[in-house]
Design a protein around this ligand. Structure first.
Ligand SMILES: Cc1cc2nc3c(=O)[nH]c(=O)nc-3n(C[C@H](O)[C@H](O)[C@H](O)COP(=O)(O)O)c2cc1C
Length: 439
């Protein structure tokens, strides 16, 4: 029996300078202010019929590593970065079918403002907007917004449940058919179909209705990435595409099954949730060439260990700068940030491996799975992985984004996937959600 096709997305630090000191990035150090690279990328990924680009974001300059901003600024680690909703507008203007899921955090935007921005993006894109729903992971970011810090991890998700109820009510404040636009009767909007929401929660309130008018899709596509048990529960409740980073086939499979079971328990159809797994394949013109590039990646992981650890410090709020790289990982480490990443690192350090060894493995190997070889080998392995895991697709996350890297995927790997009937050759629909639910 022919294999069911799977979905493709790209996880892009699209509001910031990408990989500026990597090869093939031209003069990105000067050019980054205008997102030409991302616009070219969006067009290429649309040519390859990707479901969506996820624009990642955070709202602060890192300083968790060594208690200093130096390494982050010196190497351009997620800084400078622009507002992703502005960048999303430009990507939409350059494309016609691909979805864009913009990351906006619950603590940076009041629900009304967020509902309005995302509804506007959905309108200007013709129904292609998604929202990557995040609750934040750093007190430093919270302090940029006048807060003392972020609430505790699980409480953030409780608050996020209420936040979702509020934005959903605002998006629903325009009934279908509210826009009449009939010159004869002189009615643009039927006022009986536009309602106040009078939402009063424990943490959030809004009167409504939303003045932007409705989303084309009714509501935007919700992307979510909860990895912890509470995070998965949240993702299973609200997520429509879940971006996931478990390592290895077994972990991927059990992650997906867990999210689907949680969703089914709440009366949702598990097939209405698409779990996409992070990958960073190594593609070569021959097996030998790919192997050379794999060795290069491992060497880079070792050479750039301070930068990579600085990024890891940023998402976990743990200062790895002060730790001895040649000692085992401290098992007692805890984070109020990204718990899943820390858990994965600890697992990789099991058996007394040093922090250096564990972290080089963590950042030098594949994200969810190792994929290395020619386009045909990689396409074949992706097919096997999907069969073993059960679905639903992959999210590319490349640390060295350049037009060359994009072309390797869009014009090299994807045609090999399409030739096997594994990914779409044409978009079936106009909107993000319809394409996501197509298979
Ligand atoms: C693929 C992926 C993309 C993410 N994008 C963002 C992001 O753009 N901004 C952000 O603050 N957090 C982002 N996160 C973090 C998640 O929102 C979440 O905090 C993280 O997965 C940890 O969840 P947990 O604490 O439930 O394990 C992302 C996580 C993953 C796996």
């Amino acid at each position: 029996m022919a294999q069911r096709p799977f979905h493709l997305g790209w996880f892009l630090q699209g509001s910031s300078v990408q990989a500026w000191d990597e090869p093939w990035t031209g003069s990105i150090g000067q050019d980054w202010r205008h997102p030409d690279l991302f616009i070219d990328m969006a067009r290429a990924l649309e040519r390859a019929c990707f479901d969506y680009i996820l624009l990642e974001d955070s709202s602060y300059v890192g300083e968790a590593y060594g208690g200093s901003r130096e390494i982050y600024l010196k190497h351009g680690l997620s800084v400078p970065r622009q507002d992703p909703s502005v960048v999303a507008t430009l990507l939409f203007a350059a494309t016609k079918r691909i979805g864009v899921a913009t990351t906006l955090a619950t603590f940076t935007h009041h629900p009304y403002l967020l509902a309005r921005i995302i509804a506007t993006l959905d309108q200007v894109s013709g129904g292609r907007a998604g929202w990557n729903m995040v609750t934040g992971s750093s007190d430093l970011a919270a302090r940029n917004y006048g807060l003392e810090g972020l609430p505790e991890h699980d409480l953030r998700y409780d608050m996020a449940d209420e936040y979702m109820a509020c934005v959903n009510a605002l998006w629903d404040s325009w009934e279908p058919g509210a826009i009449v636009a009939d010159r004869e009767s002189g009615v643009l909007v039927d006022h009986t179909k536009v309602h106040a929401v009078d939402f009063k929660g424990r943490w959030y309130s809004s009167r409504g209705p939303l003045n932007s008018g409705p989303c084309i899709q009714g509501r935007p596509v919700i992307a979510q990435a909860g990895g912890s048990p509470r995070g998965r529960q949240f993702a299973a409740t609200h997520g429509e595409t879940i971006v996931a980073n478990p390592k290895g086939i077994e972990a991927m499979k059990s992650y997906r099954e867990d999210v689907r079971a949680r969703a089914a328990a709440m009366g949702r159809d598990p097939d209405s949730i698409k779990v996409l797994f992070l990958i960073n394949p190594i593609i070569g013109e021959s097996a030998e060439h790919a192997e050379l590039r794999r060795l290069q990646r491992i060497a880079d992981a070792d050479r750039k260990i301070a930068q990579r650890l600085a990024h890891f410090s940023k998402v976990t709020n743990i200062d790895f700068g002060g730790m001895d790289l040649d000692k085992p990982i401290d098992e007692t480490l805890r984070t109020n940030g990204h718990q899943q990443n820390l858990d994965t690192l600890k697992k990789m350090g099991a058996g007394g491996k040093t922090l250096r060894q564990a972290f080089t493995d963590y950042s030098g190997t594949g994200l969810s799975v190792d994929l290395c070889g020619t386009v045909d080998t990689v396409a074949g392995r992706m097919a096997e992985v999907m069969q073993e895991v059960g679905g639903d697709g992959f999210l590319f996350s490349m640390g060295d984004v350049s037009r060359r890297v994009v072309a390797e995927v869009a014009d090299g790997l994807v045609p090999a996937l399409q030739a096997r009937g594994l990914t779409r050759r044409a978009y079936g629909h106009a909107t993000f959600r319809e394409n996501l639910l197509e298979f």
